[in-house]
Write a protein that binds this ligand. Structure first.
Ligand code: DGL
Length: 422
């Protein structure tokens, strides 16, 4: 076991600091950014506005956030005043996207007792975006540009990693913005402003972290609003079902119906669903869930037919998609930091999308038949290993798993157009 792994495994008090120290020690020993999980600090000098924006997620779900970034038109690009001007707000920007598909779902690590390992994955995602290294057809390349902002498109990664990454960019003295979907989603709840109870649908990990209730109450409190009634439901399966994971037998409609039922039941059981306090605002607190908003609303409508549940569910539900609010927040923060790219991007300055896959050297017992990592291996790992059991490769239409390809091509047309047709 490498020294850093031993340090983390044997440290009890301050285990979280041991993880941070291990990451920092790894970076300090590879300042040129040529090794995996390292970056070259000297590339962060001067005006950063022409650098791309980095976006990462545990997989392809975060492409819903990229789609929102690519299509947002809520501001006048020249005057920065609110209102559409017929031109995408991020028209002149370019994006680097990482989907850590090989290590997903992130939503189940905390339950498996692997919270620190998840935090380390999140550090590694951010370091990938800051660095220049990836693999293409077996060759390590170092021509990826660094990024001027990091958007944590994943709700679970925001819950377990936003504070770590904000502290890290300060410690590393990087003038890089870090934006997460949860704060933006909470702002969406505030600005949507409907009375009635709030329901949060997310992964098990996001719900266990309590990040949405905490952030929503904080955001409402700062705006002088009363404490809200919030009920959450964590789904261990819905994201995977939406991705078409063959190990999940339920259809989308069945899984949605089960999860919505659980949310309504716990709202009712907590005595909060009394007359006058029905679930009214629903936060889609997982990257994948906006893709099935129609099915989710249909499930609420079906449950409302049951007279014992009708008073727990508002006749009209309002949905908050944190992706949209994240895009708005990023626009404002880039403008405030004078980090917006000015002028058309040159033709060679294209968006670049990447995803992780199991390392080609992985022993057979670690892998499923389709080449993905087995859960038994995935959830047994400890932090402190800076060897590559997964590698980052370009995401192209062909490198996407079949079910993901269908999902993107059918639901995310702007992202689909930007994906390399190889
Ligand atoms: N991207 C994750 C999120 O938004 C969902 C998928 C996962 O569990 O990795 O929480």
């Amino acid at each position: 076991m490498p020294l850093v792994a031993v340090l983390i495994a044997t440290s009890t008090a301050g285990a979280e600091d041991a993880l941070v120290s291990a990451v920092d020690a790894h970076l300090a020993s590879h300042p040129d950014g040529l090794e995996a999980f390292s970056f070259d600090r000297t590339r962060y000098a001067g005006d950063l506005s022409s650098l791309p924006i980095g976006v990462f997620d545990s997989g392809i779900g975060g492409l819903t956030v990229l789609e929102a970034l690519l299509t947002l038109d809520d501001f006048h690009n020249d005057t920065l005043t609110p209102g559409p001007d017929g031109r995408a707000d991020f028209h002149d920007e370019r994006f680097i996207y990482l989907g850590d598909q090989a290590n997903m779902p992130y939503g189940n690590y905390a339950k498996a007792g692997r919270r620190d390992f998840l935090r380390e994955l999140i550090f590694k995602d951010a370091i990938f975006l800051l660095g220049n290294r990836y693999r293409e057809e077996g060759v390590i390349r170092h021509d990826k540009p660094p990024v001027k902002a990091i958007v944590i498109a994943c709700n679970t990664a925001t819950a377990y990693g936003l504070d770590d990454l904000r502290a890290a960019v300060n410690r590393w003295n990087l003038p890089v913005l870090v934006v997460g979907v949860v704060e933006a989603g909470a702002r969406g709840v505030l600005e949507t402003g409907h009375p009635g109870a709030i329901g949060v649908l997310a992964t098990v990990g996001t719900c266990d972290s309590g990040v949405y209730p905490r952030t929503i109450q904080g955001t409402l409190g700062l705006a002088g609003r009363r404490v809200a009634t919030i009920t959450q439901q964590g789904s261990a399966d819905l994201a995977a079902v939406i991705e078409g994971d063959p190990s999940r037998p339920a259809t989308i409609a069945e899984q949605v119906a089960a999860d919505v039922r659980c949310l309504v039941d716990s709202h009712r059981a907590s005595q909060q669903g009394a007359e006058g306090n029905p679930l009214t605002t629903i936060v889609l607190g997982c990257t994948h869930f906006p893709l099935v908003e129609g099915e989710i609303d249909a499930a609420f409508a079906a449950l409302r037919e049951d007279p014992t549940l009708a008073s727990c569910i508002a006749p009209v539900r309002h949905y908050v998609d944190p992706a949209q609010w994240t895009a708005r927040q990023l626009f404002r923060e880039l403008a405030a930091g004078k980090l917006r790219r000015r002028g058309e991007a040159s033709p060679e300055a294209r968006d670049r999308l990447f995803l992780s896959v199991a390392a080609p050297t992985s022993p057979a017992e670690r892998l499923n038949a389709d080449g993905s990592l087995r859960d038994a291996y995935k959830y047994s790992r400890q932090p402190g290993q800076f060897t590559e059991d997964t590698v980052v490769v370009p995401m192209t239409r062909r490198s996407l798993p079949e079910s993901s390809r269908r999902l993107v091509s059918e639901n995310l047309p702007t992202v689909w157009k930007r994906l390399d047709d190889r």
